[in-house]
Design a protein around this ligand. Structure first.
Ligand SMILES: [Zn+2]
Length: 257
């Protein structure tokens, strides 16, 4: 046997070992993450259209206009186009990023937020495509986290988004903790959002408009003829972080960890 044959056989054997090992490792990662639930297309469609958290119930005319639909039936059709199944490859990407998000969350604590309690909550994930539903922006519905499939191409951005959205799930799960956070950071209830019909609906917030610790109102108001859910001006600072204390908290903690 000449030296070239030995090298070729060695490369071939190394390749086989690599393939077997990488398959074993990816399977063991799938097994390692226990508190994740991935919704399939059918479940996700039903969940979103069911509207258990009454998100669409309070849509204003401008909410519909910004979404280019006239009524809920038209919106349900868009939701059906948006929902997709999650492939095993995409579950693997999400599992790895959820592990990293859990690791970061676990280390963080402040008044009104316990990162380890947050990471221990179930990760319930649904995947959407394109801009059919909520223009493809990540958000939560109850404890379900909606992620656009395009985000899976950017792991760092995906980890930050998973952390941000998991904080919204925490806010919905532990209202007593959030009361503490709001008090500690000087946020106070101002008016119910339903009494103020120009604000953008957002499923990550509660039903209140708040004031910050400088007594400034926080909200995102639609422009006159919105053609996008981003056609808003946010006060007191024109950035999504200042739309509501829940957004402030999610952005602020994500930046710190
Ligand atoms: Zn948010």
């Amino acid at each position: 046997m000449n030296i070239l044959n030995i090298i070729l056989i060695s490369i071939f054997l190394a390749l086989i070992i690599y393939i077997i090992l990488s398959k074993y490792l990816s399977e063991s990662i799938l097994e390692n993450v226990s508190n994740i639930y991935y919704m399939n297309k059918k479940e996700l469609e039903e969940y979103l259209i069911n509207d258990e958290d009454n998100y669409y119930k309070d849509f204003s005319d401008k909410d519909f206009k910004a979404r280019h639909v006239n009524n809920l039936d038209e919106y349900y059709n868009n939701i059906r186009k948006a929902c997709i199944d999650i492939s095993d490859d995409n579950k693997n990407i999400l599992n790895k990023c959820i592990n990293k998000a859990n690791y970061k969350l676990n280390k963080y604590q402040c008044i009104g937020f316990d990162g380890s309690k947050c990471s221990n909550l179930e990760w319930k994930i649904g995947l959407v495509r394109d801009k059919w539903y909520e223009e493809g922006y990540p958000h939560t519905r109850n404890n379900l986290i909606i992620i656009p499939i395009s985000l899976l191409n950017n792991k760092n951005q995906l980890i930050s988004t998973l952390i941000h959205e998991k904080i919204h799930v925490y806010q919905k799960t532990y209202p007593e903790d959030i009361e503490q956070y709001l008090k500690e950071n000087g946020f106070t209830k101002y008016k119910l959002r339903k009494d103020y019909n120009n604000t953008r609906s957002n499923p990550d917030m509660d039903e209140w408009i708040y004031k910050n610790n400088k007594d400034e109102i926080m909200m995102a108001e639609y422009f006159d003829n919105p053609t996008s859910i981003m056609d808003v001006k946010t006060i007191p600072i024109n950035s999504s972080k200042y739309e509501h204390p829940f957004e402030y908290m999610a952005y602020d903690i994500t930046n710190h960890i």
